[in-house]
Write a protein that binds this ligand. Structure first.
Ligand SMILES: Cc1ncc(COP(=O)(O)O)c(C=O)c1O
Length: 396
């Protein structure tokens, strides 16, 4: 499809890769990448600090297919090295993790990958198609990304992308990666440094059918035209909001990789350019309830699981995306019960602050707010009930 092809080529260029394969969503791009490299009896190593949907996919879908995911909870590259064996097919990390804001040392982990002969894959959704981060320049072999976020930029279109950096030498590893040396398809001999993209496009996409439609590609291409302008403003607004939030008496803590005292600030300085992205996590004094009430009280800012929209968005992960994890697992993933994830938009900063201010005030006047109701943030069983009817809870 020519429109999809234009999108693939532009994203490959923006990420500094040699070819790309578009997918119907970020989640399908994740699954396709895994299927392109691993099969029953294989394993791969993933940072534990990844998007909840990815974590779930690696924990359940991969397992169902006989593929073992070995999670590494630490930031230490030697822990990644220790998890690799002859059946390991790739290492998976995120640029800035969602929602924990963890930045791993891409170059150090890439050195591990090089010496062990496994490709390194980075979900660069938060790197905004190369605007903030170009992982391939830091030794990453394959970039995966949800295009539904900053690339589209308006929450209107779902899509994903896989960019082949062209850097992994499949020819050196015929035993580990026989799929590139099949005598019928001879992907490595015929396509060389583009062999991985070709495998995704002509084998995995064909078999899974998770292709991006031409109208969706067109929407994403329109989004891409304003990506740089939006990201510039996202970064400015985010830096200002992060500082401002710290000064608010209602706020307990703020996590923003641009702050000098953030645990991964040095990593942010090394790997991010033109700003520190547009994600902040923070919490209100008053914990879970206060956070939920705050989201409920916002008037302009929207509560949703989406990210990277031109509009400012908030989410309370503990009661939504991470609701199905136990409290301990949530804490390990950097999701505390009080945490609010904020995706700062490109509105006038004074309008965002004004909405936050009035919401802080409403939280303080707790008697004006429904006490036991978590408001617009629906728990998963409430969502099920709304979608499938009142029996959904009992069936679960
Ligand atoms: C880092 C990351 N990767 C992948 C995805 C999945 O993308 P999609 O929503 O397009 O399926 C998301 C979604 O939030 C994400 O944040």
């Amino acid at each position: 499809m020519p429109t999809v092809n234009v999108l693939q080529n532009r994203l490959a260029e923006l990420e500094g890769g040699v070819a790309a394969c578009a997918a119907s969503s970020g989640s399908s791009a994740v699954a396709m990448t895994m299927l392109a490299l691993a099969g029953s009896g294989d394993n791969f190593v993933s940072s534990f600090h990844v998007h909840a949907g990815t974590l779930h996919q690696f924990n359940t879908l991969a397992k169902q297919m006989g593929i073992e995911c070995r999670f590494v909870k630490s930031r230490d590259p030697s822990d990644f090295a220790a998890a690799i064996d002859e059946k390991t097919k790739f290492i998976w990390v995120e640029t800035i993790s969602n929602p924990g804001n963890v930045i791993l040392d891409l170059e150090a982990i890439s050195t591990v990958c090089r010496s062990e002969g496994v490709p390194m894959i980075c979900d660069n959704t938060f790197g905004c198609a190369g605007y903030f981060c170009r992982p391939i320049e830091h030794g990453v072999d394959i970039v995966v990304e949800s295009a539904s976020k900053w690339i589209g930029g308006h929450g209107t279109t779902i899509g994903g992308i896989i960019v082949d950096g062209g850097t992994f030498d499949w020819g050196q590893h015929p035993d580990r990666f026989p799929q590139f040396h099949d005598p019928k398809t001879r992907l490595w001999q015929r396509f060389g440094c583009r062999a991985f993209a070709v495998r995704c496009q002509f084998e995995i996409l064909r078999d899974t059918g998770s292709c991006l439609s031409a109208p969706a590609a067109q929407q994403l291409l329109i989004g891409l035209e304003s990506l740089a302008v939006r990201c510039e403003r996202h970064a400015q607004n985010t830096a200002e909001m992060a500082d401002w939030l710290r000064e608010q008496p209602s706020v307990a803590w703020v996590s923003y990789v641009g702050h000098q005292d953030h645990r991964d600030h040095q990593g942010a300085r090394k790997y991010l350019k033109r700003g520190f992205g547009s994600a902040i996590c923070f919490s209100l004094r008053g914990g879970f309830e206060a956070g939920a009430r705050f989201c409920d009280a916002l008037k302009m800012v929207i509560t949703t699981t989406n990210l990277g929209d031109a509009k400012t968005l908030v989410l309370h992960p503990a009661s939504t995306t991470h609701e199905h994890f136990g409290p301990e697992e949530r804490a390990e993933a950097g999701v505390t019960d009080d945490m609010i994830r904020l995706s700062v938009g490109i509105e006038q900063i004074r309008d965002i602050k004004a909405d936050f201010k009035q919401a802080f005030e409403q939280v303080l006047q707790a008697e004006n707010v429904r006490k036991s109701n978590v408001g617009k943030i629906l728990l998963q069983d409430e969502i099920n009930e709304r979608l499938y009817g009142p029996s959904a809870r009992e069936v679960e």
